[in-house]
Design a protein around this ligand. Structure first.
Ligand SMILES: [Fe+2]
Ligand SMILES: [Fe+2]
Length: 192
């Protein structure tokens, strides 16, 4: 991916507002998103930018994130309003608009749904969602299987990712946003 001035500005902001670990994660997600975009036909520049910026708000103070979420004009469910780990996706989608004047709806949407997913996700949003799960720094138990699946079929990878996400939430006794269930119902048809 060729560097341009704007990408340099994004990276500078991330270096100043994220831990080294999360900065590396952001770079890795951007790289993984480009690979998936090439393979499955999404815009590679947008994939890089959305991957790079997806966790931009992750290390903001919780109260600051909450303030942005509650003031957001984006659709935010009650489940999301009560779950701190979910705030950063909405806050991030707001932040890239105010900080960098990003207006591309598909890109904003990809950042907004990268944690909980939704029905009717664009190819770009799916690419960013999966890139976040298979980036080079991820080391959970089934990451190898998820990488292989993402290489074979983006739909099957989505299906598995959503099945895992929902069963994980259930086992922890967490609420599940309706948007996640909508995505699940859409992709469950791709279960092998
Ligand atoms: Fe995130
Ligand atoms: Fe992430």
């Amino acid at each position: 991916m060729k560097e341009n001035k704007q990408i340099g500005i994004y990276k500078k902001y991330l270096r100043e507002h994220l831990s080294k670990k999360r900065y590396t994660h952001s770079i890795n997600v951007a790289g993984a998103a480009v690979e998936l975009a090439k393979k499955y036909g999404a815009d590679t520049d947008k994939a890089y930018t959305a991957g790079l910026l997806h966790d931009i708000a992750k290390e903001m103070p919780a109260e600051e994130q909450r303030r942005i979420v509650l003031a957001s004009s984006l659709k935010v469910s009650d489940v999301e309003k009560e779950a701190l780990p979910l705030f950063h996706a909405i806050a991030g989608a707001e932040l890239v608009q105010t900080l960098f004047d990003i207006e591309d709806e598909e890109l904003i949407w990809a950042i907004r749904w990268h944690t909980v997913a939704a029905g009717g996700m664009s190819r770009l949003a799916v690419v960013v969602y999966l890139a976040d799960l298979i980036s080079a720094d991820r080391d959970y138990k089934d990451v190898g299987r998820m990488r292989k699946l993402a290489d074979k079929s983006i739909e099957r990878a989505m299906c598995e990712a959503l099945r895992f996400s929902i069963s994980d939430s259930v086992s922890k006794g967490n609420s599940i946003p309706l948007s996640t269930l909508e995505a699940y119902n859409e992709y469950i048809h791709f279960k092998k």
